[in-house]
Design a protein around this ligand. Structure first.
Ligand code: NAD
Ligand code: MG
Length: 377
């Protein structure tokens, strides 16, 4: 595989990153003002109709401009507005997309547009993968998390009552449009949650980017457009580079889940919606860094540096207490049902020297020690 292009700190307010997957390759466009610009959609396949999938929060903010920009290209532009929230990433709500497609007589060429955060992106992608055995779709991510993570790479899914993202497909979009202007309306807590996924890329792949983040984290939290362009572009470059080498997560791609094993345990243990995904990942990265240190792979200075950056991003750095009696036991139980677990053995993404990730198991006793240390009030 080609090496990751070096991190260039030059200003980038307009960029395109290509994800290279042979026939399934596609561009990721990053700039302010793309959503409402008809030129953004000029290279998409022609069709008689398009369906915009969005939710009740995002529709009042961005639907009109997207609909107007698509009107010249698609004779019919339909819309389905879903209720907002992770709780609706389920079968019943997914069916509303199929209902709309069928009621409007949409065919195999109909293009689906996912306008919203990761929930809308994951559901629309899965609907596109299965409607008439596959129709084209476009990601229009409007949260920082979805721009730097979920919209890129082709993982689509819905949740099952017994587990998150348990029903889905690998299905690549035709195009990803990251409109930086859409981040202006994002609540600060959601912005911080997105920063967790941005920060993640440093320890696993690029310490030069990590250093840049240490310098610019305050500008990012303030929504500085130029800094944001750079952060989104670099995150997407790293994700595209990893995914290009391992589209279906048979190996390397799992490093993108740094912080997620502990994070998922927090999310699940606290009840979905109490901690945002990115908040779980924030605390989870601290816990995974401690475990890496226990295993002799990084030093205390690295753990402190990472913890500090996560804190400055407005994220929790300590795990939640899931069970007052046996907290570590509660974490272990949740982590054993993780998709990365193999035959009940938990596989952690750990940092094997700053800038490089590795996957491995760890003795329960050691994991318990780390949980106890990281979750004490
Ligand atoms: P989300 O989609 O729930 O969006 C967060 C909130 O922000 C929602 O209330 C949403 O309506 C609102 N919102 C969206 N855009 C807005 C805007 N511009 N201004 C104001 N509010 C806006 O959550 P998310 O963090 O974007 O995504 C989380 C989801 O992504 C999870 O379901 C997770 O499983 C999934 N995910 C998928 C992948 C993948 O590879 N497919 C990767 C990471 C996460
Ligand atoms: Mg994530």
């Amino acid at each position: 595989a080609a090496p990751l292009v070096p991190f260039a700190s030059a200003t980038a307010d307009q960029a395109t990153v290509h994800i290279d997957l042979g026939e399934r390759s596609y561009p990721i466009r990053i700039a302010a003002g793309l959503l409402g610009d008809a030129a953004t959609y000029a290279a998409l396949p022609k069709a008689a109709s398009a369906l915009i999938v969005t939710n009740t929060t995002v529709a009042p903010l961005y639907l009109q401009q997207v609909r107007a920009a698509l009107a010249g290209r698609y004779p019919q532009v339909h819309v389905v507005e879903l209720p907002d929230g992770e709780a609706y990433k389920d079968w019943q709500t997914l069916n509303l997309i199929f209902d709309a497609l069928l009621q409007h007589g949409c065919d195999r060429k109909t293009v689906l547009f996912a306008l919203g955060g990761g929930v809308i992106g994951d559901m629309t992608g899965f609907a596109a993968a299965s409607y008439m055995r596959g129709v084209p779709f476009v990601q229009l991510p409007t949260t920082l998390l979805s721009q730097v993570d979920s919209s890129v790479g082709g993982k689509t899914a819905i949740n099952h009552p017994l587990g998150k993202n348990m029903v889905g497909a690998f299905y690549q979009p035709q195009l990803v449009v990251c409109d930086l202007a859409s981040l202006d309306s994002l609540p600060p807590r959601e912005l911080s949650a997105g920063l967790a996924e941005v920060i993640k890329y440093g320890p696993i792949a690029d310490m030069a980017f990590f250093e840049w983040l240490e310098l610019h984290i305050d500008r990012l939290r303030a929504g500085d457009r130029t800094a944001m362009a750079q952060a989104v572009k670099r995150s997407v470059e790293i994700k595209a580079w990893v995914v290009s080498q391992d589209e279906k997560e048979t190996g390397l791609r799992a490093v993108l889940n740094f912080g997620h094993t502990f994070g998922h345990a927090i999310e699940a243990g606290m009840g979905y919606g109490n901690w945002l995904h990115g908040e779980g990942v924030g605390a989870g990265m601290v816990m995974a860094a401690h475990l890496s240190q226990e295993l002799g792979m990084v030093d205390a200075a690295f753990v402190a540096r990472l913890t500090r950056l996560i804190e400055r991003a407005g994220l929790p750095t300590r795990g939640a207490v899931l069970d007052a009696q046996d907290n570590a036991g509660a974490y272990l139980e949740h982590m054993r049902v993780d998709k990365k677990a193999e035959a009940g053995e938990i596989r952690f993404v750990l940092i094997d020297g700053p800038g490089k990730a590795t996957m491995r198991g760890a003795p329960d006793a050691l994991v318990r020690q780390v949980i106890d240390r990281c979750c004490a009030p």
